[in-house]
Write a protein that binds this ligand. Structure first.
Ligand SMILES: NC(=O)c1ccc[n+]([C@@H]2O[C@H](COP(=O)([O-])OP(=O)(O)OC[C@H]3O[C@@H](n4cnc5c(N)ncnc54)[C@H](OP(=O)(O)O)[C@@H]3O)[C@@H](O)[C@H]2O)c1
Length: 429
């Protein structure tokens, strides 16, 4: 007879760890097998810190590696975070013993996914990470399981709730980036050190994982081009809206002639596009499959309840003995994602220029673009009080990115320009 009682060790008792303990306590038979799941060991930094759940009756481990190695649990759940340090050491220790691991740690999987998958498969242990991308909204299982019969062209979406909250609030309240970030920190939507979120790195970790699952490679952080929202100005949000767009931080992985473009950057999205309507801390993702066409999912990307539910779904996979490779092929056969050659990339951009209020300025800009071979889609000249010149914004038609870069360089050299051009990509999703 199979196992009917599964004991889990939980390392990390923060937002997600406490959420998981609450879920397992309230619904210990959440697995479709109906088997019992109980917590038989916990670890965190401080034993005495106040917690939203009662851990007084649970065996305590100062060292998460000792918890991972303890024979008193059957599944190790890593909810500490970080690509290195105790999280990595504990996950490795569990896998080396052939113990199933469930983690929500995107930084760890994005940085060490292939090595950990090799370790997991060598020791016959599942390594599951549904909660690592989009928290409670199922993106990993969608690509890993439900879509393996299709061939994916692209995945693209809003994968960082903090950045989306900041952009949404900037537009809604007319306040600048720094002020809205401060408020997000006070409300607990942004970390004290916001770099990982606002610099685009968190979304970079997540899209690297989705790219690996969508295109059958290893997570390859070095292949990702990453730009955050920290340089977005209110002026761009307003001007983009006048042109019929909203600025969002978009993470995408796109198949371009067999190579994969993996990117995180602010992008203009047409106001009537579903991604433009994803507000606040929500996450959303488009998956474009050759057979199924476009799928759109939207939901909670973080939070104790949603993220713990995703962790529990992975625990249920272990309990139901669902077995697959960690990524889409045997770990030893995983190749890095091959980045797209810069020459092959095409796109459209929004360019904001600040020019002197002189005759002939617009003609010189148009000529410069025409000479470079870039055609203009829309053009807007708008007086803004205190701007110190005349802001001009234009959007281009589709052109090779290298050609656009050359045209922007030529515009930057025009004597009538007061400040460097501000370029934001226009999404093609
Ligand atoms: N928060 C979310 O909504 C969310 C969503 C998706 C994925 N995730 C991922 O889930 C993981 C956990 O996130 P979280 O938000 O729950 O983090 P958190 O609230 O900061 O909690 C982290 C926990 O790890 C513990 N910890 C830190 N260093 C440790 C060490 N050296 N040894 C043992 N324990 C240690 C902390 O102990 P103390 O409590 O004693 O300080 C704390 O309990 C991260 O990988 C994160 O990226 C989070």
């Amino acid at each position: 007879m199979g196992k009917t009682h599964w004991r889990i060790g939980v390392a990390g008792l923060g937002t997600v760890g406490a959420g998981l303990i609450k879920l397992v306590t309230a619904r210990p038979r959440f697995s479709p097998t109906g088997d019992l799941c109980t917590v038989t060991g916990v670890s965190a930094r401080s034993r005495s810190a106040p917690r939203p759940v009662d851990i007084s009756g649970l065996p305590w481990f100062d060292d998460p590696v000792a918890l991972a190695a303890s024979p008193d649990n059957d599944i190790f759940v890593e909810l500490i975070g970080g690509a290195e340090g105790p999280a990595k050491a504990a996950v490795e220790a569990a896998l080396r013993l052939g113990k199933p691991v469930v983690t929500a740690n995107k930084a760890l999987i994005a940085a060490h996914g292939r090595d950990l998958a090799i370790l997991a498969e060598a020791h016959g242990a599942p390594l599951l990470f549904e909660a690592a991308v989009m928290g409670g909204t199922p993106a990993v299982k969608m690509l890993r399981e439900a879509m393996v019969g299709d061939s994916i062209h692209a995945v693209a979406g809003i994968l960082n709730g903090t950045c989306n909250y900041i952009l949404t609030q900037m537009e809604a309240t007319g306040r600048g980036f720094a002020e809205v970030l401060g408020e997000a920190q006070a409300m607990g939507y942004a970390e004290a050190d916001p770099t990982t979120d606002v610099g685009g790195y968190d979304a970079g970790h997540k899209i690297s994982i989705l790219a690996a699952l969508a295109f059958g490679g290893a997570p390859t952080l070095s292949a990702a081009e990453i730009e955050g929202v920290d340089s977005i100005e209110l002026l761009d949000i307003r001007l983009a809206k006048d042109l019929g767009y909203r600025i969002k931080l978009i993470a995408s992985a796109t198949n371009v002639a067999g190579a994969v473009s993996v990117r995180v950057h602010p992008a203009l999205i047409p106001l009537d596009h579903p991604l433009a309507r994803v507000d606040g801390v929500l996450n959303a993702l488009f998956i474009h499959g050759a057979a199924v066409g476009r799928i759109f999912i939207q939901g909670a990307g973080a939070g104790a309840g949603p993220t713990a539910a995703a962790v529990a779904a992975d625990i249920a996979d272990v309990m139901t003995a669902a077995v697959r490779p960690v990524f889409q092929r045997a770990a030893l056969d995983l190749e890095p994602i091959a980045p797209v050659s810069p020459d092959a990339a095409t796109g459209r951009v929004y360019v904001r220029l600040l020019v002197k209020d002189e005759p002939g300025v617009i003609a010189s800009i148009s000529e410069t673009l025409a000479e470079a071979g870039v055609s203009i889609d829309s053009f807007l000249q708008k007086s803004v009080e205190g701007a110190g010149g005349v802001p001009i914004v234009l959007t281009t038609h589709l052109a090779p990115e290298a050609t656009i870069a050359k045209a922007v360089g030529a515009m930057a050299a025009l004597p009538t320009l007061i400040a460097s051009p501000r370029v934001i990509r226009i999404a093609h999703i």
